[in-house]
Design a binder for this molecule. Sequence first.
Ligand code: M6P
Ligand code: ZN
Length: 195
Amino acid sequence: MSPQSNCSATEPGLQIVADISSGELVGEGIQRVTRAIKDMKGIFRDEKSRQSLSQDAVVYRVQAVYPVGEGEEGGLFWGTTFIEPGMVGDEYFMTKGHFHANRHRGEYYMTVTGRGALILMDENRRTTFEPMHPGSLHYIRANTAHRVANIGESVLAFWACWPSDAGHDYDSIASLGFSARLRKVNGIATLVEEP
Ligand code: M6P
Ligand code: ZN
């Protein structure tokens, strides 16, 4: 018997392959979400600019695998987010951003391709950002809101791994926002405190 045959899988695991150059997930049971300009009301500072853009233009899409039910304890989810390059006023295309509904849950992000910024806001509303580039690994602590902006000229793709009982709290962001926004100031991505 060859060593290889001893190593063959006896039980099917996830039947999914993550393409390491594009981030794309390929296989069975992948859930997909697309967020277009029309789905991003109230997210960007300049609502007039958002309204002037083509409403069906895609801002980002997510592919994710949920091996256990959402909200179940003990599992992990895996997803790829692809953010298109683009601007709404002086803000970069970005994700809606969220706290975890269960504030005691963290997450990992890893950049696959493109250039971005991971915007983090802690429980004291202190906002910072980490540059994202291919291979950059980001540990998002519990109790920390997170959002990603594409600051490059091509698609930004990143992987995420998060606990199945984390959940998404979008309402806190919808009502209070982040305390600072990443804006293009003199051509440079700059974190600007909200008034
Ligand atoms: C990552 C993960 C997902 C999240 C997605 C888009 O893939 O954090 O849980 O849904 O980014 O971010 P948002 O939900 O803030 O739009
Ligand atoms: Zn999260």
